[in-house]
Design a protein around this ligand. Structure first.
Ligand SMILES: [Zn+2]
Length: 129
């Protein structure tokens, strides 16, 4: 699916610690999840600001976020470094995404056959036709 992923740059710009100012190629899910993802990363960034940079090794130029993707209809967020607080924030975002249409952000549920993607009724119908 072709869509405007540049919207994810908004998150990257708002979270320099997490993404190290890199562009948004890390993010492999659709824009329907933009809101839960933004909530997640802004909360993690705010948490990181309260920590000593030595804890998460800010000197290295690696991003703290390794990869963000969709798997079996749910969000998967792989981190190069995380602590317990961030783990909880990720769990919360995963719970949110599993009931959110990945395409439009409306309430949805994971499909049960073929390509399992979390979609609303409208997009499920489109897909199965
Ligand atoms: Zn939808």
């Amino acid at each position: 699916m072709i869509e405007d992923r540049s919207k994810f740059d908004e998150i990257v710009k708002a979270c320099p610690i997490l993404f190290g100012g890199k562009d948004s190629y890390y993010c492999e899910c659709c824009l329907g999840w933009f809101k839960p993802l933004k909530t997640l990363f802004v909360a993690m960034e705010a948490h990181l600001k309260t920590l000593d940079p030595e804890v998460y090794d800010s000197d290295s130029d690696r991003r703290l976020v390794a990869q963000v993707k969709e798997k079996y209809g749910g969000l998967r967020c792989y981190m190069n470094w995380e602590d317990e607080t961030m783990e909880q924030l990720i769990n919360k975002a995963e719970e949110e995404c599993i009931k959110t249409c990945e395409i439009c952000g409306e309430p949805g549920k994971p499909g049960d056959r073929g390509w399992i993607q979390t979609l609303c009724d409208k997009h499920t119908k489109k897909k199965t036709k």
